[in-house]
Design a protein around this ligand. Structure first.
Ligand code: SF4
Length: 492
């Protein structure tokens, strides 16, 4: 929806969102489930919901996204969808042979109050197979909340401590967390941050990425591998949604976290969770259930946030930072200095997911830019306080505005009144960019009108280099287009 008419006052709506910078919870839950190997995501609701969720992810990743549905009819909508889900899981195991089915709810099944715990507990799940679930009512939160809930669901239903056998599972693994496992952390866990599995080389890290692309997950893993760390990333959509063309359709691509590795997460020595909104629930669940202490960090976007991740890895590995990473960091700093004349003081508007926005705000401030507006539609006040702390640190508290539960309609009005040099966000800002003739750098989710983005990281030092390249090029292209003839130069 376009806001074409500048108004005397910006209209801040409380009860209505127009052009929100988010989508519904099950989209995130489905994405998380795709990051588990051999997993069939299952939408407990009507066929229309899962069609939308699959289409949305397919458009962003440009790869087919598989998921099944309980296919609610009028009867299920009135009397409950328990039998639909039970029949669906039986058919799925018989026909498509997944190792695990990850069920998420929808608005409809939440509204009628289907109790997934009761339904799944009563299922006859084949030996060695699993059914896990989470609640994703889409009238609350965002796709990032759904992603967070699904990862926490995997941990709650599968992770086991005490050297669990990887073949464990069966019906009980999917039937909800045993009460005893929720009783809290073992007495010796959490306080020391070490669970005594041997020296640094034998230690195991649980790595939980926020809502990011497969390319970002690959980069997060590469940084961990630079330290020689044994890790399990949950979820891991690399090798699933960026899998190579082989000429053969694979219902369950090679990538994804194995169920066995998720079960063993309870034996991890520590968790590093990247992105507070998306990963806190899972990290918290792993600590409560298995006593694995967590380090909560922001998404490693920009120099400082990547430094924090790299130092957390160094602490865990008990190793110095490898020269390769020092070299990359130095390259990024060099690039920031080179591009500074084109970035310093330039204003931008950022919109999208809360965790991504905190990272991007930090990164553009490092570039010398002014993030005049930082808008998320999700209910994430913690993003606002983190961004405001950054504004204050750079002396920009009077010039910048961070808002949660805001929409692109309001952002458009603000941009009309107080213009910015560049927009940073997903495809839904395209209408503002066109209407106001402002360059748009596509970053975040969803990006449904471009290619390759999901393969390329924005995290880590290399991701930082890419961000500088994208933003500086957008501004320099604009200068070339608009500058006077005598200022048009080959060398910039
Ligand atoms: S009905 Fe709810 S779960 Fe289904 S597509 Fe709409 S918002 Fe998403």
């Amino acid at each position: 929806m376009l806001e074409l008419t500048p108004r005397a006052e910006v209209n801040e709506r409380k009860a209505l969102r127009i052009n929100p910078a988010k989508t519904c919870q099950p989209v995130g839950a489905l994405y998380a489930a795709l990051g588990v190997h051999g997993c069939m995501p299952h939408s407990h609701g009507s066929q229309g919901c899962v069609s939308f969720h699959r289409m949305f992810l397919t458009r962003h990743f440009k790869d087919p996204v598989m998921a099944s549905t309980s296919a609610f009819t009028e009867g299920a909508s009135v009397f409950g969808g328990g039998s639909n889900l039970t029949n669906a899981c039986r058919n799925l195991f018989d026909t498509y042979d997944p190792e695990i089915i990850a069920v998420h709810t929808t608005c409809l099944s939440e509204t009628i109050g289907d109790d997934l715990n009761s339904i799944v507990s009563a299922m006859d799940i084949p030996e060695g197979k699993h059914v896990v679930y989470c609640n994703t009512p889409s009238y609350a939160g965002s796709h990032v909340t759904g992603y967070a809930n699904m990862i926490a669901g995997f941990v709650r239903h599968l992770a086991q401590g005490g050297g669990a056998e990887s073949g464990a599972g069966g019906a009980d693994a999917g039937a909800g967390a045993p009460a005893a496992t929720d009783a809290g952390a073992p007495a010796d866990a959490g306080a020391t941050g070490a669970k005594g599995r041997g020296g640094p080389a034998a230690r195991q890290l649980a790595l939980i990425p926020g809502f990011v692309n497969p390319g970002d997950m690959r980069e997060m893993k590469r940084l961990a591998e630079a330290f020689g760390i044994n890790y399990t990333m949950l979820p891991d959509t690399s090798g699933v949604l960026d899998a190579p063309m082989t000429g053969h359709f694979e219902l369950y691509p090679k990538g994804g976290t194995s169920v066995a590795d998720i079960i063993r997460l309870g034996d991890a020595d520590a968790t590093i969770a990247l992105g507070e909104v998306a990963t806190f629930a899972a990290a918290n669940e792993l600590r409560k259930k298995c006593g694995v202490p967590e380090t909560m960090l922001g998404l490693p976007i920009g120099v400082r946030a990547t430094d924090a991740y790299v130092m957390a890895l160094a602490d865990f590995a008990q190793r110095d930072v490898p020269w390769t990473l020092e070299e990359e960091r130095g390259q990024l700093v060099d690039i920031l200095i080179d591009a500074h004349p084109y970035l310093d003081g330039r204003s931008c508007a950022l919109y999208g997911d809360a965790d991504t926005l905190v990272g991007l705000t930090s990164a553009v401030l490092e570039m010398g830019m002014v993030p005049k507006y930082v808008f998320t539609t999700g209910p994430h006040p913690e993003m606002v306080s983190r961004c405001e702390a950054l504004f204050e640190e750079y002396g920009l508290q009077e010039s910048c505005l961070a808002k949660a539960e805001a929409d692109l309609f309001e952002l458009h009005q603000r941009v009309i009144h107080d213009r910015v040099d560049v927009l940073l966000g997903g495809t839904f800002g395209k209408q503002i960019a066109r209407a106001e003739d402002i360059p748009l750098v596509r970053v975040g989710f969803p990006i449904i009108d471009r290619y390759v983005h999901s393969y390329m990281p924005i995290v880590g030092y290399r991701g930082g280099m890419r961000l500088v390249e994208m933003i500086a090029n957008a501004l320099m292209d604009r200068f070339d287009r608009d500058c006077a003839e005598e200022e048009f130069e080959l060398v910039m």
